[in-house]
Design a protein around this ligand. Structure first.
Ligand SMILES: CC(C)(COP(=O)(O)OP(=O)(O)OC[C@H]1O[C@@H](n2cnc3c(N)ncnc32)[C@H](O)[C@@H]1OP(=O)(O)O)[C@@H](O)C(=O)NCCC(=O)NCCS
Length: 159
């Protein structure tokens, strides 16, 4: 499929629910997502199911599905660590390279208050660009990972 820009296509974030378990498993076990993950191993449906149900019930984790024209095109997530939100994201394999990743992460950052961070593999060029585009700056790096942060006042979430 030839990727085309979709800057004008409507995109919205909706809160994830229990019915999204399989969708999130598909995105979690996508080969590129595995390669770029902090834990680069596939997860089993059982392991994922237990984790996903517990994570949805945790007020310190926010999960959103990005939808375009009624189709789920990706996910964004924010995990509270102390006073900071750690962000992660993934776009469906068939929908990459069209600007959706950058837009959905920007929408998540807009929803949150306070400091937002991301941990990104040094070779994950699209994600490095997304972090820059939403105003994060690289604050540290090690042999494989880069660490990004955008410091802003307050620490809550705008629902
Ligand atoms: C990272 C990911 C979400 C990017 O989503 P996407 O919708 O393809 O990204 P976009 O189309 O918004 O592109 C973002 C930027 O990266 C660039 N880009 C996209 N694909 C690229 C590629 N393969 N190589 C280099 N740059 C690329 C785009 O041109 C854009 O840069 P620009 O603003 O300068 O034009 C997607 O590749 C993905 O789901 N990867 C697997 C999961 C993952 O890595 N998650 C992040 C973990 S931190």
């Amino acid at each position: 499929m030839t990727a085309s820009p979709v800057a004008s296509v409507a995109l919205k974030l909706r809160s994830a629910s229990a019915g999204d378990e399989q969708l999130f498993l598909t995105w979690r076990n996508d080969p590129l997502a595995i390669k770029n993950s902090g834990n680069p191993q596939p997860v089993s449906p059982e392991e994922h199911g237990a984790w996903f149900r517990a994570a949805l019930a945790d007020p310190g984790r926010l999960f959103f599905v990005a939808e375009s024209q009624g189709n789920a095109v990706g996910m964004v997530r924010a995990d509270k660590e102390g006073t900071e939100w750690i962000l992660s994201w993934s776009v469906d394999a068939g929908m990459r390279g069209r600007g959706l990743g950058a837009r959905m992460v920007a929408m998540l950052v807009e929803k949150l208050e306070g400091t937002v961070c991301a941990r990104i593999r040094g070779e994950n060029l699209p994600s490095l660009k997304i972090a820059k585009a939403v105003g994060m700056r690289e604050v540290d790096r090690d042999e494989s990972m880069t660490y990004w942060k955008l410091t802003r006042p307050s620490g809550g979430a705008r629902a």
